[in-house]
Design a protein around this ligand. Sequence first.
Ligand code: NDP
Length: 326
Amino acid sequence: MSEIIERVKCLIIGSGPAGYTAAIYAARANMFPVLYQGTQPGGQLTTTNEVENFPGYPDGITGPEMMIELQKQAERFGTDVRDGWVTKVDFSGETHKVWVNETKEIHCDTVIISTGASAKYLGLESEQKYLKLGGGVSACAVCDGFFYRNQEVVIVGAGDSACEEAHYLSKLCKKVTMLVRRDEFRASQIMQTRVKNTANIEILYNTETDEVLGDGQVVTGVRAKNKATGELIEIPATGFFVAIGHKPNTDIFKDYLKLDKTGYIINVPGTAKTNVEGVFVSGDAADHVYRQAVTAAGTGCMAALDAERYLAAKDSTFEVNSSTYN
Ligand code: NDP
């Protein structure tokens, strides 16, 4: 059963750089945005340590600090930022319906989806077992690295995330072993060079995780397999970090929105529009290419402007606020 139905002009789902930027623009355009933060308030950046590449921060800023500032900026213009998780939507009619925490029903003139993406895991039974036990498997070095100070850890992955996390861990841990499944990295040159030049990071190429080893409660090591020779080795470790990419958080939209084969929402090229009028997308939920905080923020701005123009076209009493274009 739903609680009392609420009507909102602009509902923003998600609280990463895309959601908050959409909120700043929508609030300044008198769209009275309501933003639901989701299960990870602040989004993926809250699990990032130093953000050095967001323009305007010459000395860098930590991810969590940046998200607090973005939230404050959105609230300054009147965004209603709420705790809550959108669990269901119905985009079949003219009014877009959204349910929060399974109960509260909201009717929206416009919806901006900024739900981002979540970390992927290998799917090994042993990995999932120790993940659920909280016994040494993690997809976030910045969140959990602290627990492995002066210990030995293994990290799997070869992209920028894996390099960033391996480098972060190398400053805390005695030794970091990186498992790279091919004979080369996917990461950018600068990130690769950083890990290759770090004395306590050992890189094992052509190597896959065969099993996460443990004593039933906590991780004690990793059995890895060399793909070329078939050789199995056991690496002692108390922590196993997974950094192999992300999955877009779009499952609840799949009955209404066009998604690509990985689940990313397909937007109308050059816009934040989806295949449903009045529903817009921003950030990593639609971006498998760039996936940066700054690009997410840019598409958040686009989504708010597209939503504003949509409302103005539908309702002549709603004026496009020219200040948003300054
Ligand atoms: P990516 O998709 O770029 O890389 C995933 C990595 O994981 C690849 O090397 C892939 O191997 C490996 N992998 C995938 N599945 C498995 C598996 N089952 N077993 C072992 N290895 C596996 O994801 P990232 O999260 O690293 O990066 C996402 C985006 O974010 C990128 O565009 C990246 O540039 C960006 N980014 C930028 C940062 C920065 O600039 N500071 C920091 C972090 C991310 P393979 O190469 O063989 O496919």
